[in-house]
Ligand binder design. Structure first.
Ligand code: 13P
Length: 284
C-alpha cells in the first residue's frame, strides 16, 4: 500500500467530504510524527518539502528518507516536492522517487507560468509522477523570507490554465497566505465556489496554518482535496521541545528527539481530524 501517487489519494477524495493533509517536514522526527498520526487514524497522507527549505534539509538526504518512510508506512503516503522553482531541483526530486512535484510559476505572467508548468508536467509524466501548479498568488512565502502579496485566482484563468497544462492538482489563491496570519483572513469563498463549479481537477489550499475548522470544511466542500500545513508543524515541534525543557523532562538528546516526534504527531492528528481523512486509507 505505502508509497502512492498524489492522484491516487486526491482521486479517492473526489466528490467526498474529506481532504488529505500535506504536511511539510524537514527532519526524520517530523516524518515519524506525521506518519504515526496517519497510521493511528488510518489516514492517507502526503509528506512534502519545499525547495526553499533545502538550505536546512538537503534534498539528497531528506528526500530518500521521506521516500523510504513512505515505502515502510502502513497507510498510503504520497511524497511531494512543494513550491519547486528550479527545474534542477524538480529533476532531483523525481530522480529520488517523489511521486509528485509542484512547480510554482505563480509570479510569472500567465502564459509563462503555463509554459513552465507544461515543461514540468512532461518531466513528471516520464517518471509516472503527478504535477501541481499555482494560479494567482498565495500570500507570504513558504519559509517567511518574502512578503508576496495575495493575488486571488481569476476563475476563468484557472479553467484556461488547466486546459493548457493538464496538471493533476491546482493551488488556488483565495486570500490564504503562508505563515501565521496576523489577523484572521477573510477567505474569498465566492472565488473558490466559482472555480469549484467549473473544474474537476482537485484544488490545493496552501497556507493552512491558522485557518479555522469551519474554513477548512467549507474549502473541502468546494473542491479542495489537498491542504498544506507547514508553519503549524514547525511551531508545534518547537513548542513541544520548549515544554519538555520547562517540565525538566530533558535528561539527554533523545528526550528532545522524542518531543519533536510528539509535536509533529499532535499537530498532524489535530489536522487529520478536521480534514475528515481518518479511516480513508482503506479505500485507496
Ligand atoms: P503554512 O505555513 O501557512 O501552513 O503554509 C503551508 C504551505 O502552504 C506550504 O506550501
Amino acid at each position: 500500500m505505502p508509497l502512492v501517487n498524489l492522484k491516487e489519494i486526491l482521486g479517492a477524495a473526489a466528490g467526498e467530504d474529506w481532504a488529505a493533509g500535506s504536511f511539510s517536514v524537514s527532519n526524520m522526527e517530523m516524518v515519524l510524527g506525521v506518519l504515526q498520526a496517519a497510521e493511528e487514524t488510518g489516514s492517507p497522507v502526503i509528506l512534502q518539502i519545499a525547495e526553499v527549505r533545502l538550505k536546512h534539509s538537503p534534498l539528497e538526504l531528506i528526500g530518500p528518507l521521506m521516500v523510504a518512510a513512505a515505502e515502510n508506512a502502513g497507510v498510503p503516503v504520497a511524497v511531494h516536492f512543494d513550491h519547486g522553482t528550479t527545474l534542477a531541483a524538480v529533476q532531483t526530486a523525481l530522480d529520488i522517487g517523489f511521486t509528485s512535484v509542484m512547480i510554482d510559476g505563480s509570479r510569472l505572467p500567465f502564459e509563462e507560468n503555463a509554459a513552465l508548468t507544461r515543461k514540468v508536467k512532461k518531466m513528471a509524466d516520464d517518471y509516472g509522477a503527478d504535477t501541481e501548479a499555482e494560479i494567482g498568488s498565495v500570500g507570504g512565502s513558504e519559509d517567511g523570507s518574502e512578503h508576496i502579496a495575495v493575488n486571488c485566482t481569476d476563475p476563468a484563468q484557472a479553467v484556461d490554465f488547466l486546459k493548457k497544462t493538464g496538471v493533476d492538482a491546482l493551488a488556488v489563491a483565495i486570500g490564504n497566505a503562508h505563515g501565521n496570519y496576523k489577523q484572521a483572513p477573510q477567505l474569498r469563498f465566492d472565488i473558490l465556489e466559482s472555480i469549484g463549479r467549473q473544474v474537476s481537477t482537485p484544488l490545493v489550499l496552501h497556507g493552512g496554518t491558522g485557518l479555522t475548522p469551519g474554513d477548512f470544511r467549507r474549502c473541502i466542500q468546494n473542491g479542495v482535496k489537498k491542504i498544506n500545513i507547514a508553519t503549524a508543524t514547525f511551531d508545534a515541534v518547537e513548542e513541544a521541545v520548549r515544554r519538555a525543557f520547562e517540565a525538566k523532562a530533558v535528561a539527554g538528546y533523545y528526550d528532545i528527539q522524542t518531543a519533536e516526534v510528539n509535536g509533529a504527531y499532535e499537530n498532524a492528528l489535530k489536522h487529520i481530524e478536521i480534514f475528515g481523512c481518518a479511516g480513508k486509507a482503506d479505500i485507496i
